[in-house]
Design a protein. Structure first.
Length: 416
């Protein structure tokens, strides 16, 4: 690639132009080489978001090897290319304003795809987002001698919730037991505990708390024997109907109304064409395949954001469960995503590592929130809004038969 404009502006001048909106993030390589472009982009993101990305910038990554091949908008290295999508405007109960979203990926075209969807959403006033339920679960399984004992045990659970709550909450200063739901099969009973865990994803917290509750149970109901603190009704790191119905982590919903002129000019589509594809692909195709996930590629956005921000990668399985719906409203398109089990944290685990913490800081959700729990709620609304944008753009790309072209242009190394 020949950088025809690279002498036209110095690094500081490029950063200034990006901040002022005169140069878009993905156009910086037009003015300089890939390494300098990544540095300028990183500095611009720092300036626009008020974050410090020193750890992200400390790498020996050869930017010329990944530019427009594995990732777009590159700003550094987290054992895989890290880019930013956006900005996207969000009108949430916790996330309010415009956000750049860090995504770690080796799939070329993904970030560019999400960014185009974000542009369309933002031009139409932004995404509305709400967390409607918040609770991390653990479901120990108990064995009893008979169906009669199991039924008596379920009745006992209903009468002794306060004792279980006190035992569980004695193990943590942050966790609060919110729900206790029993499930019976034969002589076996699963108790699905749901906890508020603040800004932590909270798996370790709820496991320890659930063990304490189970000790209380065994002391006071002698016929019940706990087989495992996790009986798979939680349901952790597995696709499940129970998570879709009852939620796990954050249950979050986002929607937007995409105007006709934006559909035509940005997405090269119509409301009718996108809705028809959404019904035939996301709904009928998923049903025909026997899938419980009725969406286009929610896992793409969830996995990339999880990798960038130090989330438990295995929980992409249930966190990417998503129902994408569309409606035609005149000549405009209404689109929504409902995500029942987004399992995330902004403190603890991988989120505390330097580069991951910096990635969270780009969205202003690093660490504990004030009040406690507010950062993780904000983060959930940002994730859902990014998934909404990615779903919208994929429908547009596939409707216009552009998917293969985009991957050919951005996702393939010509030398491979």
């Amino acid at each position: 690639m020949v950088y025809m404009k690279k002498k036209a502006a110095g690094a500081d001048d490029i950063v200034g132009k990006v901040v002022r909106g005169e140069i878009s993030l993905h156009k910086i390589e037009d003015y300089t080489d890939p390494r300098s472009a990544a540095m300028a982009r990183r500095k611009a993101i720092e300036t626009m978001t008020g974050s410090e990305l020193e750890s992200i910038g400390s790498s020996s990554l050869d930017y010329s090897q990944i530019s427009n091949k594995n990732a777009e908008n590159v700003i550094g290295y987290m054992q895989m290319p890290l880019g930013v999508a956006g900005p996207i405007k969000i009108n949430g109960s916790n996330a309010s304003g415009e956000y750049y979203v860090p995504m770690a990926t080796t799939e070329g075209a993904l970030i560019a795809s999400v960014s185009r969807g974000m542009k369309a959403v933002t031009m139409c006033g932004g995404a509305n987002a709400r967390v409607i339920k918040d609770g991390m679960t653990r479901a120990p399984v108990f064995e009893l001698g008979s169906v009669n004992d199991a039924a008596d045990f379920v009745d006992w659970i209903g009468r002794n919730r306060e004792g279980m709550r006190k035992a569980a909450e004695s193990t943590t200063s942050h966790g609060k037991l919110k729900e206790i739901v029993p499930f019976l099969m034969g002589n076996n009973v699963w108790i699905r505990f749901s906890f508020h865990t603040g800004d932590a994803m909270g798996m370790n917290m709820v496991t320890i708390a659930s063990e304490a509750a189970c000790e209380y149970i065994e002391r006071n109901f002698k016929k019940a024997r706990m087989l495992s603190v996790s009986g798979n009704m939680c349901s952790d790191k597995k696709e499940s109907a129970v998570n879709n119905l009852l939620g796990r982590g954050k249950t979050v919903v986002a929607d937007a109304l995409i105007r006709e002129e934006v559909l035509n000019n940005v997405l090269k589509a119509t409301a009718a064409s996108l809705h028809n594809l959404s019904v035939k692909k996301n709904l009928l195709g998923s049903a025909m395949a026997g899938s419980s996930k009725f969406n286009g590629h929610a896992a793409n956005m969830v996995a990339a954001i999880f990798a960038a921000t130090g989330q438990d990668i295995a929980q992409v399985v249930e966190s990417s469960s998503c129902f994408t719906l569309t409606e035609i409203r005149g000549k405009d398109l209404y689109i929504s995503v409902t995500m029942p089990s987004v399992e995330i944290g902004t403190i603890g685990g991988g989120s505390s590592l330097p580069t991951q913490r910096e990635a969270l800081s780009i969205m202003k959700v690093s660490g504990g929130g004030n009040p406690p729990g507010s950062n993780s709620l904000k983060f959930a609304e940002i994730i859902a809004s990014a998934v909404l944008a990615g779903e919208l753009n994929l429908l547009a790309a596939q409707s216009a038969r552009e998917l293969g072209k985009a991957h050919k242009a951005l996702g393939r190394n010509a030398k491979a």
